[in-house]
Design a protein around this ligand. Sequence first.
Ligand SMILES: [Zn+2]
Length: 239
Amino acid sequence: MIKNVTGIVIKQKEWGERDLLVSLLSDEGERLDLVVKGAGDGKSKRKNHIELMNRIKGTVYDSPRHAYLQTVECEESFFHLKQHFERVFQVYVLLEVIEQSTLPENADPQLYELLEATLTHLNQKSVSCLGAEIGLVKWGEALGILPSFRVCGDCHKNLADGAHWNHDKQVVLCQDCTLPHCEELPLKYRKALEFFKSATFQECSSIVFQEEEVFKLRELIPYLLRGHLEKPLKSLMAF
Ligand SMILES: [Zn+2]
């Protein structure tokens, strides 16, 4: 059976000697693993089209063993994003989280729209310094795996004063409920994280952060999702 597909390349790896396996997040929010015959060959023209992060359009042939990407055309390569080394590295983390957390049973077109909106934002000239991380927060919220940053995950009281992140239980705890080995979560971070869940990228860009705060949030945000993933994030080890 042959069908049309549109999606964003979230992973690529070698497949046999001459082929590549690309993983797409399709516009229906489904993760598709597709063999691209001959694309591992240096001379392949299709190889440029299926670069990581590209939005592609193509045809898929479904066989009982594998699905094959046949014709393929890159619709958007997010060229400006790819000119910024730092942005690319941050997107790697996002793509790895997406790759690990996109399950066939929770396919949702909104997840695709979210990834596309994140890449589109990061493809602009001036972007939020936390663009990819805001995308991660939104992804976690869409999957329902983020804790509340407003109320305590144990006693449900308002987190007015101090609050701590507990990685084992994946919750934010108030002063009274906090446990050993929790990490302090300042009010500014909690407010920003709660805001990132639902505000637009442009609205998020209006929050001013000090360099040190950017650094902390960049470190913290993937950590908030990590407990829900099966494998450690390889792209984080590169930092
Ligand atoms: Zn509490």
